[in-house]
Design a protein around this ligand. Structure first.
Ligand SMILES: Nc1ncnc2c1ncn2[C@@H]1O[C@H](COP(=O)(O)OP(=O)(O)OP(=O)(O)O)[C@@H](O)[C@H]1O
Length: 264
């Protein structure tokens, strides 16, 4: 049986005391890909950020629990959270290029982010990164290592961002609209890379997307959110092929850009 690695139990999240996500329960197993869908403002990003303790000063989990393995991550100190962030739970955002530092090379940023979690020399960090780049089929890993973000395409920066998120080999990767800033062919490449990482490392992935086609191509399970509430949650093939709720049916009627038959 696959182990449950992340579990939300009756979670409510509020900003300035006003609930925006209510009574959400689901679990993520090792190696599982969960798609979070729902219209804009339904609470997808908020739900994901809660696992990283990234709700800012005005947001907090006001009810329920979030467990990383057996540990309730709402109960731990900021210092312990920092240990989990990155090393146990990696995160990739819509525009990784924008979250990379523009005046330092990718290599320097990789070295620094690895050093934050373990003792490592620059040479070791480089060797590890080039190895990961190779696994991710980067054509010219050495050039990527030496490049500044502005020297790389948007797609390449996004792939470098995923590589950085995967450096510590976290068992969980949270991906918030990881491909929506990319054109369709690069989007396919990035998604297939993420699936490849899941196969290589058994990474569990939670992916927020507007694009039902992305969910079709990627997800094992789907959670549909509306106004911060769970509308449907289940196996992707069940939810996508036999949606029970009119809201899900409406979401699904959007034209998919990618299909499972695209063989990511
Ligand atoms: N920092 C914040 N302060 C106050 N309200 C917030 C904050 N962040 C999010 N919200 C509110 O929480 C609700 C959910 O927002 P969230 O960004 O999670 O939705 P989403 O489904 O990810 O939307 P989108 O698809 O547009 O990114 C919205 O009503 C939003 O206005």
């Amino acid at each position: 049986m696959q182990e449950t690695i992340l579990r939300y139990d009756s979670v409510e999240i509020s900003f300035n005391g006003k609930p925006v996500v209510t009574d959400i329960s689901f679990s993520l197993k090792n190696g599982e890909i969960l798609g979070l869908v729902g219209e804009s403002g339904s609470g997808k990003s908020t739900l994901m950020k809660a696992a990283m303790g990234l709700l800012g000063t005005t947001g907090m989990v006001t009810r329920g629990d979030i467990f990383y393995r057996e540990q309730n991550i709402l109960d731990i100190s900021e210092k312990e959270k920092r240990k989990i962030r990155g090393a146990q739970i990696g995160m990739i955002f819509q525009d990784a290029g924008a979250s990379l530092c523009p005046i330092r090379t990718i290599g320097e940023q990789i070295y620094e982010s690895m050093r934050a979690h373990k003792k490592v020399t620059r040479a070791e960090a480089k060797e590890h990164a080039l190895d990961l780049f190779e696994k991710m089929n980067f054509k010219d890993g050495k050039r990527v290592w030496d490049s500044y973000p502005f020297e790389l395409s948007g797609g390449m920066n996004q792939r470098a961002g995923i590589a950085i998120a995967m450096l510590m080999n976290p068992p969980i990767l949270l991906a918030d609209e990881p491909t929506s800033a990319l054109d369709v062919s690069v989007q396919k490449q990035v998604l297939s890379e993420m699936k490849h990482l899941r196969e290589l490392f058994g990474t569990a992935i939670m992916i927020v997307t507007h694009d039902i086609g992305v969910v079709r191509a990627m997800a094992d399970k789907v959670l549909v959110l509306k106004d911060g509430r769970k509308v449907e949650y289940g196996r992707a093939e069940d939810v996508l092929n036999h949606p029970q709720d009119a809201y899900t049916q409406r979401l699904l009627s959007a034209v998919p850009v990618l299909r499972r038959s695209d063989h990511l």
